[in-house]
Design a protein around this ligand. Structure first.
Ligand code: ASP
Length: 333
């Protein structure tokens, strides 16, 4: 029988009703009691690393998860991480950078309804996650939700309430599950040796442009952070509003050593800064990076991982455009 480590972190799946609303409280052992069939699939050990609504999760929690995976890696065939859905895509992206080339499946799952609700999606998602963690076909970090297996670097929460909560952005699903049977379309690479990283920089900010935004907001972030990811409109660019303040700030602060990552707030098809003059004029600046088809979640956490290793512009640029777990399909270098 396969051996799987179940890592509990909280979320709706493990939540109980309190007078203040749903709050995580159930241990991973308790969750498994609701789905006895999982014990027929594999031997399971459980560890509760924290018990949080995922709204509260920070990069420090990602580091703790990476440590648990590293310490248990050789003892298990696969891993199931039960996690709140709200920031699951960020955690899955971050773990895709902290644990690279894993030949074993590291499967995130959660639910929109707590496990003891009659109408819960928890039991299906949990069973599916264990099927994936035991699979010989999958490898690396994925999210298993509502019968879909989505690459960790490509996942996004796109529905706040319905069971079909996650989408795969600019990349096909890796597999689907029907009646807990796995149909794999894109097998994982199980030939590699895992590489674990233990540094992430929190020196990164994310700014979503909105029409008429005051450029001083960008200055505020560039003043305090080494990298700012800007979610632009459409294929990408910055507004000039007659005074060029956004462009001047990018020039001023990249000259001082900051990095700017241009991504798009449009969910599908990614950026292409070269199309319009509002974006094209940024292309010459080597400290301005373009996220292309990456998700914002991946671009943000990849910069955290990169700045944990280096601040040398050429190295930052090369790492950013080098695909990790199929996070980017249009590398520049
Ligand atoms: N607020 C919850 C969380 O992210 C939502 C969920 O798990 O579905 O922890």
């Amino acid at each position: 029988m396969k051996k799987v480590l179940m890592i509990g972190t909280g979320g709706t799946i493990a939540s109980e009703m309190t007078p203040e609303g749903l709050t995580p409280g159930l241990s991973p052992e308790r969750l498994l009691q609701f789905v006895p069939a999982i014990s027929e699939l594999c031997d399971v050990d459980c560890v509760s690393v924290f018990s949080e609504d995922s709204t509260n999760i920070t990069p420090a929690h990602w580091m703790r998860l990476a440590k648990v995976l590293r310490e248990g890696y050789e003892r298990y065939d696969g891993f199931v991480v039960s996690h709140g859905t709200d920031t699951m895509a960020y955690t899955a992206a971050a773990l895709s950078y902290l644990v690279q080339d894993s030949r074993k499946p590291i499967v995130f799952t959660g639910a929109q309804k707590p496990i003891y609700f009659d109408s819960t999606d928890s039991k299906t998602n949990l069973t599916d996650a264990f099927v994936c963690a035991c699979s010989e076909k999958l490898a690396g970090v994925s999210i298993v939700f509502n019968g879909r297996v989505i690459l960790g670097t490509r996942a996004r929460k796109t529905c706040s309430k319905s069971f079909a909560a996650f989408s795969s952005i600019n990349y096909p699903d890796l597999a689907t599950l029907q009646d807990h049977r796995l149909l794999c379309y894109i097998p994982g690479d199980r030939s590699g040796e895992p590489r674990f990283f233990d540094r992430l920089s929190t020196d990164v900010a994310l700014l979503k442009l909105a029409p008429g935004m005051d450029a001083e907001l960008l200055r505020f972030l560039l003043e305090r952070k080494s990298a700012v990811v800007i979610e632009c409109f459409g294929v990408g660019g910055l507004p000039s509003y007659g005074d060029n303040a956004f462009f001047d700030l990018v020039e001023e602060y990249t000259a001082k050593g900051r990095f700017v990552v241009m991504t798009t707030q449009v969910q599908n098809e990614g950026s292409d800064l070269s199309v319009y003059s509002v974006g094209h004029r940024l292309k010459a600046n080597r400290r301005v990076l373009e996220a292309y088809d990456m998700t914002t979640e991946a671009a943000y956490t990849k910069m955290m991982w990169i700045l944990g290793q280096t601040r040398v512009p050429e190295a930052v640029q090369e790492l950013f455009y080098t695909p990790v777990a199929h996070d980017i399909l249009h590398p520049e270098v």
